[in-house]
Design a protein around this ligand. Structure first.
Ligand code: PLP
Length: 435
């Protein structure tokens, strides 16, 4: 990684938070977009919410992955954020892609990605999509039940199949094992059926749940996968790939998670076993690269008799039905910071952040989305040192995962907001052809 400069593996995470070059680029992009908007006279939509995406951050995450899990090839989970530039960079970095639908597969193929770099990682697939991937030569796909095996035998008997096994996902943000995964009680009979149907089982996959927090879940899943590799051998299959799924967070927990997984893989699937290792990370790559800016469109003053000072309800132009869908679907708690207040841009200054409720003073706000639904609340209570009003701007970091892709158009609000791209890593610029 030396050739690409900038990367210090020991303080990558901390470094990201204080990376002055990246912060400056993001700050400049935010400022440039908002400073000329005159909220008294602008056209509808000019003050719309928007993202700034730092593709350099994606590049740094990739180096971090390579350093911590050098034997595991990432197949980015497109569902997490199908942003075209993000996909372009990940493709240029040589990653594969985990797709869940025809549209995702089509989008990745249109980038010029070879079908062998795609896994259709959806154990319960649509018939017509299976016919589509058969035509496109996307052969790798997962299954976890006998009905699906019979479907594949009918529609795409040459597919390369991964048996997805059940995991303990009890400590994950988004649990998946209620819906997917074969229990170890059923794997032997599924392998027998696959053999009987003349199908080609090439690997095992698992997913410990999205946003995992217990490294032990990876260890147990790798041990179970090892058992299934042996079962498969007894049915005459020589499995060649283990897919360890997604679930990796982009915060500082990644290093611990990766270290437990790395040790488990080295023990149960050592390099000399010849087994290929792949993964399906989504949020790990996308989350920290995107910052969201929202405009304060309305304010309600709350004069509580019991309190001497007023508090405010702030209404912004994005909410739970929009890019904050991650609050509902992904159990996130995005934290607001002040981008611009009273004509001053405060991005990345001490005045931008919230103050402590105890002893920090400040003014109390709750933050609400623009729709008519009462559940559309982003923040119940936060204190800022300054008074905010209509026309001011807030920003939210780490908004790249499961946000825009699951936004709706409820109440007629757009779900397709602008993304302004910046790139804080020269290596990523080269890969993207930006100079
Ligand atoms: N692979 C599969 C099959 C998934 O269902 C998901 C998320 O739901 C992912 C990968 C990505 O998970 P994460 O974003 O937590 O890495």
């Amino acid at each position: 990684y030396r050739d690409h400069g900038h990367y210090d593996p020991h303080d990558h995470y901390v470094g990201r938070k204080v990376n002055p070059a990246a912060k400056k680029l993001i700050g400049d992009a935010l400022r440039e977009r908002i400073e000329n908007i005159d909220h008294e006279f602008c056209e509808p939509g000019e003050e719309d919410t928007f993202f700034v995406a730092d593709l350099g951050e994606v590049y740094r995450q990739h180096l971090r992955w390579k350093l911590n899990l050098p034997r595991v090839k990432p197949f980015y989970a497109v569902k997490c954020n199908p942003d075209p530039k993000l996909l372009q960079l990940l493709s240029a970095l040589g990653n594969g892609f985990d797709c869940a639908s025809k549209a995702e597969i089509e989008q990745v193929l249109e980038l010029g990605v070879d079908p062998s770099r795609i896994i259709y990682a959806q154990p319960c697939k649509t018939n017509s999509y299976v016919r589509y991937v058969a035509n496109q030569g996307v052969r790798q796909m997962t299954f976890d039940n006998s009905d699906e095996l019979r479907k594949i035998a009918r529609l795409f008997p040459d597919a390369e199949l991964y048996l997805r096994i059940l995991t303990d996902d009890s400590s994950s943000l988004c649990r998946l094992s209620l819906k997917f995964g074969a229990s170890l009680d059923s794997t032997d009979s599924l392998l027998a059926l696959a053999r009987e149907l003349g199908l080609n089982v090439v690997g095992v996959s698992f997913h410990v749940g999205s946003g995992a927090s217990d490294p032990g879940a990876f260890l147990k899943a790798v041990q179970d996968a090892h058992v299934v590799f042996q079962q498969a051998a007894s049915h005459g299959f020589s499995l060649k790939t283990l897919d360890v799924g997604g679930g990796f967070c982009s915060d500082s927990s990644f290093e611990e998670m990766a270290s437990v997984l790395r040790a488990a893989l080295d023990e149960y699937f050592p390099a000399h076993s010849g087994v290929n290792l792949i993964a399906e990370p989504g949020r790990f790559y996308a989350s920290s690269a995107f910052t969201l800016a929202c405009n304060v469109i309305a304010r309600r003053t709350i004069q509580d008799e019991a309190k001497s000072e007023a508090s405010y309800m702030l209404y912004v132009n994005d909410g739970l039905y929009g890019n904050f869908s991650s609050i509902m679907f992904d159990h996130q708690h995005p934290v607001a910071k002040i981008l611009r207040a009273g004509g001053h841009t405060l991005y990345d200054t001490p005045a931008a952040g919230a103050v402590d409720a105890v002893g920090g003073g400040g003014i109390e706000y709750s933050i609400w989305g623009p729709t008519c639904d009462g559940i559309d609340r982003i923040t119940e209570s936060i204190r800022f040192p300054v008074e905010l009003d209509v026309g001011d701007w807030l920003y939210f970091e780490d908004m790249g995962a499961y946000t825009k892709c699951s936004a709706t158009t409820f109440n007629g609000f757009s779900n397709n907001h602008d993304v302004i791209y910046v790139c804080s890593e020269p290596g990523a610029k080269v890969l993207l052809g930006l100079h």
